[in-house]
Structures are given as C-alpha cells and as structure tokens.
Design a protein around this ligand. Sequence first.
Ligand code: CP
Length: 320
Amino acid sequence: MINQRRADGSLRHLTTLDGLRRAEIEQLLERASAYVCAPGQMPPRNQNLAGVTIGNLFTEPSTRTRVSFELAGRRLGADVVNLEVQLSSRAKGETMLDTVHTLESLHFDVFIIRDSQSGVVAHVAANVMPHVSVLSAGEAHVSHPTQGLLDALTVRQCKGDRFDQLTIAIVGDIRHSRVARSAYEAFTGLGVGELRLIAPPALMPAAEEFPQGQRFTSPETGLPGADVVMMLRIQKERMEAAAIPDGEEYFQRFGLTPQRLALAKPDAIVMHPQPMNRGIEIESSVADGPQSVIRSQVSNGVAVRMAVLETVVRPGGSRT
Ligand code: CP
C-alpha cells in the first residue's frame, strides 16, 4: 500500500479507504452532503477547482463512476478530459505510467484511474509529480474507494449517523468484489454494529480479508433483522468459467425477492452498486420497489466525488 498523504498528513491520493481515520471519512461525507441535491433541482456548482485539469483514464468499462467523476470535476470548475483509451497510444502498447507522464507535461493535476490489474493505481500514484493527485475509480477486485464512500453516505442519509446501531448485510459475490471491500472499509471505519457476509462458499472471501464480518451461507439465515441489504453483481469477468454459478440456480438460492427482503427489518433499505443482473442477484420488483435506494446511490456518487476532488486538490478547503 502506498502512502496516500502529504508530509503534513493531508490526503493527497485516494487509492483505498484502508487507513483513513473515522473523522476523515465523516468529514468527506459531511462535505459531500453539501453537494447532494434532489432530482430536478439545479445541482450545486462553484469554481473551487478552476484552473485544475483532471484526466479520466478508464481501461475497464464504466457508466456511473466515469460520468459522475466528470460531472464532479466540471461542477467544481475544473477542465476534465476523458481519455479514449482505445484511441490513445495505450492501444499501441504505451504503459499507463508513460501515458500519465505525457499528460503531466500537458499540465494535468489529477488522474482518475480504473484498471483491471491490481497495483496499477498505486504504481502511478508513487511515480507522479509532487503536486499531482491520483484517485482510484476501481482497481481489479481490490478497491473502489469512492463507491465505498457513496454507499456510506447513502446509508447515513437513510439511517442516520449511528452506524453502531446498524446491521448491514452484504450479499452475493463478495470474493471478487472491489465494491464489497471498500464498503467493508467504510462501514467498519464508521463503527458499524454488525456486518454480515452472505454468499455461497465459492463466492465467500478469505476470512482475513473481512475479519469483522459474520458469515452466512444463505439469505434465510443472514437477512433476519438487517437494516441494510447490499446486493452485489456476480463478477463474471473475474472468475474462471467453471466457477460461474448458473444464473437460474443462483437466483433460486441467493436472489433478492420480496419474500427474502421481508426477512430483514420492515424499513430495511436495498442497495446495489450497479450494473445489475436483474433476475439473477435481484428481482426487478425489489430493485425498483419502495425500499430500494439504488438511484440515490448513483446521485450521491457525484456529491462524494466532488468532496473527494476538493479534499485532495485543495486540502483545507476552497481557494476562493
Ligand atoms: N458502480 C460502478 O462502479 O458502476 P460503473 O462500473 O458503471 O462505474
């Protein structure tokens, strides 16, 4: 793990939530809350990052993370460039670091990187100029820190800030999920009361990776009394073909149906990072139902990414 901080202790990079203090997570959520706006309202914007140039470098597909980082940068007044990796010299074999050094020469200040290989984001962060920040937009199965923060913000909006009074269940392909790892770091960092991991044995992570999680091999045993039910996508792109569960059988055993959701508390919220496999990990009537906060998670993504960008680029607040 690289050092994410400057010499004065302020956050310079965000490649993982591991090592963030509770107060830092709470400050990021507080700052993000100021940028949350309801659908149909004019989104907050300012010029706090005017003159800053941000590069989105995504080598894996993305809808939510890429668009919301772009909107976050633009709403803070920054210049934002989305590098089309397939049309860039990466396609000719140029390394990510050589691409980044080229863009540094063009006065880029922040790189937002999604990559399927673990270690790439940290390698870039360790080798950029001192004024440059690097943010992970999703690294292999390892981490997705801004997703962890937006998930925590969504829980806090719905359930308040007493995480110690909450039971949160994470259900599905936890083993291959960067979302689960960052959610675990965010929820445990905020002092969650009880964290449950519900998965078939083949999709359960190693015990040392989630030491605080109680393990369940069925929703029927793991969901009763839960305040939050976080469903995960089966990460087919990170599995051997032989290990991919049959969709129909998986839905029968682990899919979130209204009947299974009824095992959780009556006011439990349903989360999913998306993209969703409807009819495999979640039934549409639940995904689109009254307990679903899946769309709020997406909206909160912009607010969280505005807060993160401001924090790493301008420690201590805006320059206006
Ligand atoms: N949740 C998430 O990371 O979605 P995207 O892959 O669309 O960015």
